[in-house]
Design a protein around this ligand. Structure first.
Ligand code: FAD
Ligand code: NAD
Length: 468
């Protein structure tokens, strides 16, 4: 039987990054993945393909609606070739997954293709698609099996017209009316892809705001901007029934006043969150515990109740984000090498890749209020920036929350062009416990969108923003 120091089950950003770090640190490492391509949800049906379609659809929308204002006039007709757009996305995914395979070889990680399941706390069985089985022995195992789309008990996902994000990434036509259940990250990102391509998009959200887990100011601003782009929002609506007849999908929901709303569309995207995935792992054979939400239970070291078995990423508690999974993979392996790594979960940024982008780190105003922390707010609108006017991306703002007494930055919330990239400055500043004044005194290149971060910091410091 082959033996390893570390076996990792699942090749998503958690698993494959853990494998690379294990290779770097000299562990004899194996990675088990049930699909033929590596990269997990993120590379195959998540982060990468969704961003590829967001970028393509953004080009299409700019061509149709925004080039003229820049003095670029098109003489021919602009047409959409959806098949080609989806094929480009598939090519990006293929290249990215092939890159992971290359990295496994480079770091001497042995890859097994098949479903990994526990036979005992130290033995893993790998069952290939043709049912052949192989048994391997390991000192340590890292469970990195990720998550799958969640649904509602009364919904039948036919995966043709009542779909999850996975199907939404490869539709063969642009929906006429896409009804999205869930105003979270997936619903808004993929809703915007099809809205740009010509679909009418209606979002039915259970809570009273879209992106409800982020600072509420962001949800309010995003609602305003997306409504201008043609989205319809039904917040505070509880979906009761989803039925399909032929090419028509009907979604019924209860309005905040207790009345019935009935929407008819040709596609319904169910985007109400994701659930941890442990099917097929045979956790019982190893004695690993799960909680009542199906997540593998881990301690602060990401160790399960079985000392030589660890778990990371979407399958454990915390935000379901690729970069969170990556940090956890590195942490586990470095611990096994005797190092003392650390993750500050408060400083894992969250991003929504709509346009305008939304990005956040640290505490929201709602969290600070709930914790009884006194804070001050510095906010700066992008429309006051020369760079934003030059590119006609004037929607949004930067909001910095700082401790009233110490001036330490406690949260940064950005909605606007390039927010996804700008949040890195806030993460770095907060990692080093910067005050708002520290950021305000840093020279920011002119003209850039990042000047809004400096201005918001100035506003938080002594209400002395320069350009407002
Ligand atoms: P996963 O990526 O889910 O990987 C788990 C892997 O384990 C899978 O390949 C699975 O096949 C394999 N596996 C499961 N069970 C077994 C078994 N028994 N044997 C062998 N293999 C097994 N996050 C971001 O940070 N940024 C984004 O922009 C972003 N966009 C997203 C867009 C969409 C549409 C979706 C759905 C998700 C997005 N996410 C994004 C979330 C991100 O994809 C996940 O947080 C991330 O993939 C979690 O990584 P993971 O390694 O924990 O698990
Ligand atoms: P989500 O948690 O972001 O949003 C789900 C939304 O559905 C919430 O607003 C919730 O209130 C709503 N909802 C729940 N039940 C409902 C119901 N019965 N009726 C109406 N609305 C309901 O989940 P998601 O958008 O499905 O994404 C899943 C995971 O994938 C998230 O954890 C997210 O972190 C990750 N993801 C991240 C990115 C990114 O980082 N850019 C992109 C896509 C997905």
């Amino acid at each position: 039987m082959k033996t390893y120091d570390i076996v990792i089950i699942g090749s998503g950003p958690g698993g494959y990054v853990a494998a690379i770090r294990a290779g770097q640190l000299g562990f004899k490492t194996a990675l088990v993945e049930k699909y033929n391509t590596l990269g997990g949800t993120c590379l195959n049906v998540g982060c990468i393909p969704s961003k590829a379609l967001l970028d393509s659809s953004h080009h299409y929308e700019d061509t149709l609606k925004h080039l003229d204002a820049h003095g670029i006039e098109l003489s021919g007709e602009v047409t959409l070739n959806l098949e080609k757009m989806i094929a480009r996305k598939a090519a990006v995914v293929e290249q990215t997954c092939a890159g992971v395979k290359f990295l496994m070889d480079k770091n001497k990680v042995e890859v097994f293709t098949g479903v990994g399941s526990f036979v005992s706390p130290t033995q893993i069985k790998i069952t290939a698609a043709d049912a052949t089985e192989q048994l391997i022995e390991t000192k340590y195992t890292i469970i990195a099996t990720g998550s799958k789309p969640a649904s509602l008990p009364f919904i039948t996902l036919d995966k043709e017209r009542v779909i999850t994000s996975t199907e939404a990434l490869k539709l063969k036509e642009v929906p006429k009316h896409l009804i999205v259940i869930g105003g979270g990250v997936i619903g808004l990102e993929l809703g915007q892809v099809y809205s740009r391509l010509g679909a009418k998009v209606s979002v039915v959200e259970y809570t009273d705001s879209i992106i409800p887990t982020m600072d509420r100011g962001l949800g309010r601003e995003l609602t305003k901007v997306l409504k201008k782009q043609g989205f319809d929002f039904y917040t505070g609506h509880q979906v009761k029934e989803v039925t399909r007849e032929g090419a028509t999908v009907t979604v019924k929901a209860t309005t905040p006043k207790g009345e019935e709303l009935s929407l008819q569309g040709d596609y319904c995207l169910v985007a109400v969150g994701r659930r941890p995935y442990t099917e097929g792992l045979n956790l019982e054979a190893a004695g690993v515990h799960k909680d009542d939400r199906g997540r593998v239970v881990v301690n602060d070291h990401l160790q399960t109740n079985v000392p030589n078995i660890y778990a990371i990423g979407d399958v454990v508690r915390g935000a379901m984000l690729a970069h969170k999974a990556e940090e956890e993979g590195v942490l586990v392996v470095e611990q096994l090498a005797g190092q003392k790594p650390h993750i500050d979960y408060n400083l894992i940024p969250g991003v929504v890749y709509t346009w305008p982008e939304v990005a956040s780190v640290g505490k929201s105003e709602e969290q600070l209020k709930a914790e009884g922390v006194t804070y001050k707010v510095g906010q700066f609108a992008f429309r006051a920036l020369g760079r934003a006017r030059a590119s006609m991306d004037t929607d949004g703002f930067v909001k910095i929350l700082a401790d009233t007494k110490t001036d330490e930055v406690l949260g940064v919330h950005i909605i606007g062009a390039r927010a996804a990239d700008m949040i890195a400055e806030a993460v770095t500043a907060m990692e080093f416990k910067a005050s708002a004044e520290d950021i305000a005194r840093i020279s920011h290149a002119h003209p850039t969108f990042t000047e809004a971060v400096k201005e918001a910091a100035l506003a938080a410091t002594e209400n002395r923003a320069i350009h407002s």
